[in-house]
Write a protein that binds this ligand. Structure first.
Ligand code: NAP
Length: 265
C-alpha cells in the first residue's frame, strides 16, 4: 500500500521546479494531486504526461496575484473531491530588479510581494481549513519558505520578510488548527537547482555560496519534495520548520574563510 493512497492534494505553482517535484512525489505515493497553475494549458500538458506514467494528476487554476482564484482553487477541488488532505503552498519568487534593500525598494512593490507570498498562504490555508480540513478533522498544510526567511540577506528585503512571515504563520496555523487534528509545517529550501536557478546562476556566485555550504553542492528539487512528503505522511509533526539547504548557515559564520585558510596551508 502506498503511503498517500486515497488522499487529495493541491500543490500551488507547480508546472516547474520544486512544485513539480512535489506533484510527482505525492502522486507516486498514491495521492490524487491537483497541479494548481496559472498557465492552465501548460499544466494540462504536464498533467497528461504524468498520467501516462500512471500518476493521478489533475489541474486547477491558480494565479497568485488574483485573490479570487486562490479561493476558487480550493472550492473547485472540494466540489470535485469533497475533501482536501494535503495543501502545499509552494508559490514564491523574487526579482533582483525591484526587490533590493530598505533604501531602494519601492513601498508598493514591497507590499505587492508581501501580499502575494503571505496572501496566498493565508487565503489558501484559511479556505482549505474552513471548507474541508476542519470538517474532516484531518489534513496537513505544508508551506514552502526559504533560507531567506531564516537568515537576513544583503538584498531581497521583500522576499526575505515575506518568507519569514510565512514561517511564523506556519507556527500560528499549527497552533490554531491542532484542535481539528490538522497539522501545518514549513520546508525551507536553500539554493535549489531548478531550471530558473541553473540558467541564472553565475559560476562565481555559485562558488561564493557553496563556500558556506558544508554539503558542497546546491540542492535538487527532489530533495525538497522528499521533505514535503515526510510532512504529508506525518500526523503528529506540527509547527516545524525543516531547512533543506546542505547545512548552509549551520556552522560558524567564518566557516568558509577558515576552510580556505586550511586548504592553503
Ligand atoms: N529554487 C530555489 O533555489 C529556492 C530557494 C528557496 C526557496 N524557494 C521557494 O520554493 C518555491 C518554488 O520555487 P522554484 O524555484 O521551484 O520556482 P520556479 O522553478 O521558478 O517555478 C515557479 C513556478 O511558479 C509558477 N508561478 C510563477 N508566478 C506565478 C503566479 N503569479 N501565479 C501562479 N503561479 C506562478 C510558475 O508557473 P508558470 O509555468 O506559469 O511560469 C512555476 O510553476 C518558492 O516558494 C520559492 O520561493 C526556492
Amino acid at each position: 500500500m502506498k503511503k498517500l493512497e486515497g488522499k487529495i492534494a493541491i500543490v500551488t505553482a507547480s508546472t516547474r521546479g520544486i512544485g513539480y517535484a512535489c506533484v510527482e512525489t505525492l502522486a507516486a505515493e498514491g495521492a490524487r494531486v491537483y497541479m494548481a497553475c496559472r498557465n492552465i494549458s501548460l499544466g494540462r500538458e504536464k498533467a497528461e504526461a504524468l498520467r501516462l506514467r500512471g500518476l493521478d494528476v489533475k489541474t486547477v487554476y491558480f494565479e497568485a496575484y488574483d485573490r479570487a482564484s486562490i479561493v476558487a482553487m480550493v472550492d473547485d477541488v472540494v466540489k470535485d473531491e469533497g475533501r482536501i488532505d494535503i495543501l502545499v503552498n509552494n508559490f514564491g519568487g523574487t526579482s533582483p530588479v525591484d526587490d533590493k534593500t530598505i533604501f531602494d525598494t519601492n513601498y508598493e512593490r514591497f507590499i505587492r510581494y508581501m501580499d502575494a507570498h503571505m496572501g496566498t498562504v493565508f487565503l489558501a490555508s484559511q479556505r482549505a481549513l474552513t471548507k474541508a480540513m476542519c470538517r474532516q478533522k484531518s489534513g496537513t498544510i505544508i508551506n514552502i519558505g526559504s533560507v531567506a526567511g531564516l537568515i537576513p540577506d544583503v538584498s531581497q528585503l521583500a522576499y526575505g520578510s515575506s518568507k519569514a512571515a510565512i514561517i511564523h504563520l506556519t507556527k500560528i496555523i499549527a497552533t490554531q488548527a491542532a484542535a481539528f487534528n490538522v497539522t501545518c509545517n514549513a520546508v525551507c529550501p536553500g539554493m535549489t537547482a531548478t531550471e530558473a536557478v541553473k540558467n541564472n546562476l553565475s559560476p562565481e556566485f555559485q562558488e561564493f555560496f557553496l563556500k558556506h555550504t558544508p554539503i558542497r553542492r546546491i540542492g535538487e528539487p527532489q530533495e525538497v519534495a522528499d521533505a514535503v512528503l515526510y510532512f504529508a505522511c506525518s500526523e503528529y509533526t506540527t509547527g516545524q520548520v525543516l531547512a533543506v539547504h546542505g547545512g548552509f548557515s549551520v556552522p560558524t559564520p567564518v566557516y568558509g574563510d577558515m576552510l580556505l585558510m586550511k586548504n592553503k596551508r
